[in-house]
Design a protein around this ligand. Structure first.
Ligand code: SF4
Length: 440
């Protein structure tokens, strides 16, 4: 367990044999971007001739800004990286300029032709990598309730929510692994560690509807022993689809309802009917699924009444039988459309997305001050119609309500079933996060 962001950087550096490599790639997500970038900076300082490549969701939307701010980054791989990495390695072996390949943005020129993987069945099996099992064991030890085994299932989302960055990375075209491929991967993982409950990773696994239902029907044919959870919008599905999903093994779903206000959903392009989503959430709960609902507060235009409504809906979901529910503060994710339109305040109040329980070191605080656009997720949106105190109070009250609900659920194992969280859990870095997860 680490205390500061520097502690984590030091530990990661200690695990890298810097002298053994001349090319380093960093897949970066925004909540740990300061950590990844600092490791990259220090690798470059120790090995000045090494090539440093950034990639992942963080770099994809703001590649030029990253190159401009951080001179130790030589190139940014945008979008999906599998083909790009192969091309870089081939060029590197041939001794040519390895970052001059499609999918990499460099200071010399923009070469950002994203390399999309159309056939996801061609992707290499993640279980071939020993560190996959090590990470699963580490999470399971600390967050037993979040013990779903993550397995990538789809990429892409056709929707255009203005606060979302994942769609911007994976694009609008939805691609999915076949049921046969997923069951084969589940077989191989289960043979290794005995796990039978999986979290199918994808931005919005249920869209478009027809291929999703086809996938469920195929899963029902092929899958005799595995159960799974996924993240999806429910308003484009019908109640008649729930038994089909259940037959396929689906037992847990994560639904980003986001807000009780239809006007807010419309304003962020969510294209969701809150009334239909709620109807479907209740139907899934009644059918015996573990349903997790998720809400966001802190949209710049929200009023106190809006966030009270969202808070009350979160409580109602738990009382109606949701397995879990959460209310997060809207995180200003760098590169998202909503960020460019709104003012961001840096006063210590931030989304759980960013709060990893580690105290920020002075160097990382300096970066946030110098590059507020690149680290906007450490702030929150200005909400002129509501005080910061109300925003924080309702966010914290939501967590406490969910925590009481989780304690009551544990006392009544009949309600727990043998499945866990639809999306599994991530590993908490810091002591505060560890204590929070221990309290449930
Ligand atoms: S539906 Fe989900 S994944 Fe798709 S754009 Fe909206 S928030 Fe992002």
């Amino acid at each position: 367990v680490f205390q500061t962001s520097d502690d984590l950087v030091e530990a990661l550096l200690g695990a890298i044999e810097i002298d053994c490599y001349d090319l380093f790639g960093f897949s970066i997500v925004c909540n740990s971007a300061h950590i990844s970038l600092d490791v990259a900076r220090r690798v470059k300082a120790q090995s000045t001739n090494a090539v440093i490549l950034a990639g992942g969701p963080y770099g994809t939307k703001i590649s030029s800004e990253v190159l401009c701010a951080f001179p130790f980054i030589d190139g940014v791989a945008v979008g999906e990286g599998e083909k790009t990495i192969q091309a870089i390695l081939s060029a590197h072996e041939e001794g040519t300029r390895c970052l001059r390949v499609p999918g990499v943005v460099t200071r010399e020129g923009n070469n950002c032709a994203t390399q999309i993987i159309n056939d996801m069945d061609c992707l290499p099996f993640i279980g071939n990598n020993e560190s996959y099992y090590e990470a699963l064991d580490a999470v399971r030890e600390i967050v037993p309730e979040g013990a779903a085994t993550p397995l990538e299932a789809t990429r892409g989302c056709p929707l255009k929510c203005s606060f979302c960055s994942t769609r911007q990375v994976w694009g609008a075209s939805v691609r999915r692994k076949s049921a046969r491929k997923l069951v084969d991967e589940m077989d191989r993982i289960s043979a290794r560690n005995g796990q039978t409950f999986f979290s199918l990773i994808g931005d919005n696994v249920g869209v478009p509807r027809a291929p999703f239902i086809r996938f469920c029907n195929e899963m029902a044919q092929l899958n005799e022993r595995y159960t799974w959870g996924c993240s999806l919008k429910l308003d484009k599905l019908e109640k008649s689809h729930i038994p089909i999903m259940y037959e396929a093994g689906c037992r847990a779903i994560f639904v980003g309802l986001e807000s009780a206000s239809q006007a807010t959903l419309d304003q962020v392009n969510k294209t969701a009917s809150i009334r239909k989503e709620l109807e479907m959430v209740q139907a899934c709960i009644d059918f015996g699924m573990h349903v997790e609902t998720s809400f966001i507060i802190g949209f710049p235009w929200e009023t106190e009444e809006d966030i009270w409504d969202t808070y009350r809906l979160h409580c109602e979901m738990l009382q109606a039988g949701a397995f879990r529910s959460q209310v997060s503060l809207l995180s200003p994710i760098p590169g998202t459309q909503i960020v460019s339109d709104s003012k961001i305040i840096f006063d210590g109040l931030q989304s759980y997305l960013t709060d990893d329980g580690l105290r920020l070191s002075q160097g990382h605080l300096d970066w946030i001050e110098e590059f507020p656009d690149l680290f906007s997720h450490f702030g929150h949106y200005e909400t002129p119609n509501m005080s910061r105190i109300t925003l924080k109070a309702l966010r914290d009250a939501s967590s406490q309500f969910a925590s009481i609900h989780a304690t009551q659920r544990k006392k009544n194992p009949e309600n727990s079933g043998n499945h866990g969280r639809a999306l599994g859990a991530t590993y908490p870095y810091g002591r505060k996060a560890l204590e929070t997860s221990a309290q449930g």
